[in-house]
Design a protein. Structure first.
Lengths: 235, 586, 283
């Protein structure tokens, strides 16, 4: 497995937001973690990206123990984060945002190729390369966020709620692009509350509820279970 | 709070009388002047603290009000021959007016907090200085007060100046103490910790800030008036000096800006260090030493020296520590159930076409929703669907762009949040936002006092009642940082309840709690409703929503897509498709 | 109405003074905008730089440019050390203001203790040289200060805009956690920036020594004006700092020429207050 998360617990002072969570992602695989809001999905993804420290358990990536890696070095291991709410650098141009993506030395060498790939995936960004990221529409901002992550030439892409706040038509487009990226051989860990879309493109899925993994397996199998309906609809 | 005679007050009175008698002894004028300077800086620092320390609006414009006072007294006494003592109240009024006027403009702009407020006040100082310097008020050459007559106390003018200084210092400390103990003081502390929450809990923030600014600048003006006769020759350069701007700040921080006596303590120490020992070339070194001391205090004791002193006091004299016991209170059994009422009574809260946009993004696209008295309404929807925005509109924190919100027949449109709170609408915050420097009891008492509109004693009684009710009574005298998440959530609940609301809006009170805690919270919420409070609660934990709600309203993309009983609503195909995707809507 | 040549002359004086304001504002604007630290001590160490330049020049005959080189290196180290303290104690914006104010007082009293409160003037052979263009005088040293201000402001602007490190600094100011997630070493960059801001103060100090009369209390005479310049130029924008400096410098010079020198201070503060009241988003 490329990414192995083993029994991690992350807390913010009080009760842990997630505990005993184990998640695996293999090469070129899309894995979805679904669950209602507040279940701890973002906490999990931020811990993998190095934004949060975990209190127990272990995360290994490509055989490397991430607990020994400084937060700003996680990216060099080949993990790129597309954070919830996009979190672009709003006062910087689209191009500058993408350049931050290839800040690390290894990625800088592939800068030209990175830009080419980004603008092929999202042609509209090429037209707006000098525009300030904060002035783009929600959908375009999401494109920049994904493109910025790809610029770092990652082996694993962490996507946190890519559909959040987007119009339904754009959501479909976004998931199509995510699938394209996977077909190029990228491993993807996707966290979503939009169950329908997330399950459609996933190879495997985990259901996170109140900080615990309560179910895992193939999407079709999971959707057939009543567990998900319960979590989302309370019935 | 009624002022009772206490040993502390007796001692303070005795000290003031003793100090007032000092000029009667044959003390050399040098020491009298030195003591006057201490009194002067006590008045300056303590008055600065009333707005800036209590409410956290750091003014770097104290010199502007001080200078206004200096020149009001100087001008009236020299050019118009007004008896000097009469010029002092005028100086106070002019400075207070200037302060309120500035506050009236500046406090309307929410963004002018922190360092921007500091900058605008420092700019005001230079503007006032330039104007005075270039107009006949000063004319650039300074004003002499040598020949201004002044009644003599203990046989000299110095005695009078000394007494005036003592009077100002006593008056200022008294005012600071009074504000500290009053409802306004509680409100100012809340503004310091979290102004938005303070407003939503019913604190009239705008009015309080102006009142504090007026008090603070008025006192500085009067102190300036006295100072003008002390120096007897006033110039713009020395009146508006940077030290006049900075010393009150330094003294308050040094002593502790959270306590009414902190700035006075800081003033005594700093003034003694500055003027007490040093004369000649060593003076500059002492000033450097004071500055170094400030750095150490800011780094190591961010709350100033006073809190540490209080701790030592308590250790040395345990008898003087305040009694920290809550009265035993019985929690009465539930009253008649409100659920029956819900069927027949007219709606308590009516939202009509409520629309809210943020810079072109429509967060709420015309929500129409009635809330019936005595019901529990669950408000659900995906992240970003507009639930929090709706809560913020109902509590008056956001002004709506179109539509109307009516509470029990009263339109709350355009009403400031603190008045909405007084109508009987209270809320809790998803991520608890307690006032961190108030005790748990203080947090709840504030909500009772401002939101519930009750007196101080009643507020404390209500607060301890709801703390007992939510199981926090043992933590009443702790500070919020000492609570765990579960307790902080319950503190939010207690703060909401203590305001005696008719509608309580709960924003994700259950998130982050474990199963037992959730069951406990659900029990509490049912009980609260049974006591007659209507509840709207936003929640993602669906089993709780279904178990608890009388009705559920579902928001998606800023629109209301379904409302009704939990079972029927959560089976609605549109709702299912929002959560699980189209394929599973069947 | 003053004559046209008087207006032209005051325009030149204003622009050149504005360059000096810009030079002083540069480091302040960068540390406030990109590190969120308000450095009141900036003025003090600029004046300290000026005194060191004067002292090395008059007592040991060290040329100003050589003194400048020493000062820049020493101040860079000071800036790094100061930032270490700020990081170590997790100092807030407000506390940074207090601490740096105290530093300014310490510098002021040290200067006063060593060199007394008397006015000092660095007499250099070039001090009185001017180019004469038509009927106008352009003092050479002031022009040089202006050119250096342009060079530094332009260079810093380009550095922030076109280099990886510069872009990374801006990214950290906008959203530090995400910048870190993309491999940016936030800590190291902020040390460099803090050192750089202090070094800019040193450069400003060298020119202050060359064109102005020195007295320890001068620290405070700049506070108001330069803060106005920093805000008018927008925080963290080096070219804006220079432009703001020139704007204020010209306004002041014209006020002096047309109305009365003593009204000059009102101009910058009125601009600042108006900006804060009517365009609070500017900051």
């Amino acid at each position: 497995m490329l990414l192995e998360v083993r029994d991690i617990a992350v807390g913010y002072g009080g009760a842990p937001a997630i505990s005993d969570v184990s998640v695996d992602v293999g090469e070129a695989e899309i894995v979805s973690v679904i669950g209602p809001n507040g279940a701890g999905k973002s906490t999990l993804i931020n811990a993998i990206a190095g934004l949060l420290r975990w209190q127990s358990g272990a995360i290994h990536f490509g055989g490397v123990d991430l607990s020994a890696v400084a937060p700003h070095k996680v990216c060099s291991e080949g993990i790129a984060l597309v954070p919830e709410g996009r979190r672009l650098f709003p006062g910087m141009s689209v191009e500058d945002n993408l350049d931050i993506g290839c800040y690390r030395r290894e990625a800088r060498r592939l800068r030209a190729r990175g830009f080419e790939r980004a603008y092929t995936l999202f042609p509209v960004l090429a037209e707006r390369r000098q525009q300030l990221a904060g002035t783009l529409s929600g959908g375009q901002q999401q494109m920049v966020a994904i493109a910025r992550a790809l610029m770092s030439q990652p082996r694993l892409l962490l996507l946190d709620e890519p559909s959040l706040g987007l119009a339904p038509s754009i959501v479909g487009e976004m998931f199509r692009v995510i699938q394209m990226i996977q077909q190029e051989g990228m491993a993807i860990l996707l966290v979503e509350q939009n169950v329908g879309q997330a399950m459609e493109i996933a190879d495997r899925a985990y259901v996170l509820e109140e900080g615990h993994i309560v179910a895992t397996g193939k999407p079709q199998v999971l959707l057939a279970q009543s567990r998900i309906r319960e979590a989302y609809l309370g019935l | 709070m009624s002022v009772k005679a206490s040993p502390g007050m007796g001692a303070a009175l005795l000290a003031v009388v003793a100090l007032a008698a000092v000029p009667a002894t044959n003390i050399p004028p040098y020491y009298l002047a030195f003591l006057y300077l201490i009194f002067f800086w006590i008045a300056m620092a303590t008055s600065w603290n009333i707005l800036s320390g209590y409410a956290g609006y750091w003014s770097f414009g104290h010199a502007a009000f001080f200078g206004t006072g200096v020149y009001t007294s100087a001008t009236l006494a020299t050019k118009f021959g007004v008896p000097f003592l009469l010029t002092l109240p005028v100086a106070a009024c002019v400075a207070a007016l200037l302060g309120s006027a500035i506050g009236f403009v500046v406090f309307r702009l929410q963004r002018l907090r922190g360092e921007l407020f500091a900058l605008i006040t420092i700019s005001m100082t230079f503007v006032v200085a330039t104007i005075i310097s270039n107009t006949p008020i000063d004319g650039g050459s300074g004003v002499y007060l040598i020949s201004v007559p002044l009644p003599e106390a203990f046989g000299s003018q110095n005695g009078t100046i000394y007494l005036l200084g003592l009077f100002m210092a006593t008056l200022t400390i008294g005012t600071a103490w009074w504000v500290f103990r009053s409802k306004m003081g509680l409100g100012l502390f809340a503004i310091h910790d979290d102004e938005d929450v303070a407003e939503v809990k019913g604190v009239p923030t705008f009015r309080y800030k102006i009142a504090a600014f007026a008090l603070s600048s008025g006192i500085a003006g009067a102190a300036g008036g006295v100072y003008s006769i002390y120096v007897s020759y006033v110039t713009v350069g020395e009146t508006f000096e940077v030290t006049v701007i900075m010393y009150p700040v330094v003294m308050s921080i040094f002593g502790g800006s959270r306590h009414w006596l902190g700035p006075a303590f800081g003033a005594v120490i700093v003034t003694t260090a500055l003027y007490g020992f040093a004369a000649g070339p060593q003076a500059s070194l002492v000033r450097g030493g004071v500055a170094l001391g400030l750095i150490v205090v800011v780094l190591l004791l961010p709350d100033g020296v006073m809190p540490s002193l209080q701790r030592w006091w308590r250790i040395l004299l345990p008898g003087l520590a305040p009694r920290q016991v809550l009265p035993e209170l019985l929690v009465p059994t539930p009253r008649a159930t409100g659920a029956v009422l819900a069927q027949i009574a007219p709606p308590l809260l009516q939202c009509r076409d409520v629309t809210k946009t943020f810079g072109g993004v429509r967060a709420l696209k015309g929500i129409t929703l009635d809330v019936r008295p005595g019901e529990i309404l669950g408000l659900v929807g995906p992240n970003g669907s507009g639930k929090s925005t709706l809560i913020n509109v109902i509590t008056g924190h956001f002004q709506l762009n179109a539509g109307s919100v009516t509470f029990d027949g009263t339109s709350i449109e355009g009403m400031p949040a603190h008045r909405v709170a007084r109508l009987g609408i209270a809320r809790s915050y998803q991520i608890p936002r307690p006032f961190n420097r108030l005790t748990v009891l203080g947090n709840v008492a504030l909500a009772a006092s401002f939101g519930g509109g009750v007196g101080e004693a009643e507020a404390e009684r209500l607060a301890s009642y709801w703390l007992t009710y939510t199981g926090l009574a043992k933590k009443a005298f702790d500070y919020p940082v000492q609570l765990n998440l579960h307790e902080r959530k319950f503190l939010e609940l207690a703060r909401g309840l203590a305001a005696r609301p008719r509608i309580l809006l709960l924003d994700e009170v259950l998130s982050g709690l474990n199963n037992t805690e959730i069951d406990e919270a659900l029990g509490l919420m049912r009980d609260i409703r049974d006591r007659g409070t209507t509840i709207i609660f936003v929640e993602h934990l669906m089993r709780a929503v279904v178990a608890l709600s009388d009705r559920v309203a579902v928001l998606n993309n800023g629109a209301l897509i379904a409302v009704g009983t939990p079972e029927e609503t959560m089976r609605n195909p549109e709702v299912v498709s929002v959560y699980l995707g189209k394929a599973h809507a069947s | 109405m003053p004559s046209l040549s008087l207006l032209e002359q005051s325009l030149i004086t204003g622009v050149l003074t504005g360059g000096l304001y810009g030079l002083l504002a540069l480091g302040l604007s960068m540390s406030w905008g990109l590190l969120r630290l308000v450095n009141l001590g900036h003025f003090a160490i600029a004046l300290l730089g000026a005194y060191i330049t004067w002292w090395l020049g008059t007592a040991y005959g060290v040329a100003p440019w050589l003194a400048g080189a020493i000062i820049v290196v020493a101040f860079f180290i000071y800036g790094v050390a100061l930032h270490w303290v700020f990081m170590r104690f997790a100092v807030t914006e407000m506390a940074s203001m207090l601490i740096t104010f105290a530093l300014a007082v310490i510098v002021e009293s040290t200067l006063q203790f060593i060199w007394t409160a008397d006015f000092r003037r660095y007499e250099t052979p070039w001090g009185s040289e001017s180019w004469i263009v038509g009927s106008l005088y352009v003092p050479k040293l002031n022009l040089m200060a202006f050119l250096v201000a342009c060079l530094l402001a332009g260079g810093t602007w380009a550095w922030l805009r076109y280099t990886y490190v510069g872009r990374a600094l801006r990214a950290c100011a906008e959203d530090a956690p995400i910048a870190i997630a993309y491999g940016i070493n936030h800590r190291r960059l902020s040390f460099i920036l803090s050192g750089l801001c202090a070094a800019y103060a040193g450069v400003a100090g060298v020119f202050i020594a060359l064109v102005a009369t020195l007295a320890p209390s001068q620290i405070w005479s700049w506070v108001g004006v330069v803060f106005a310049v920093v805000i008018i130029g927008r925080l963290g924008n080096p070219v804006g700092a220079l432009a703001g400096g020139i704007l204020i410098g010209v306004c002041e010079a014209l006020t002096m020429a047309v109305i009365n020198p003593s009204w000059a201070a009102l101009v910058s503060f009125s601009v600042l207050i108006a900006l804060l009241l009517f365009k609070p988003r500017w900051v």
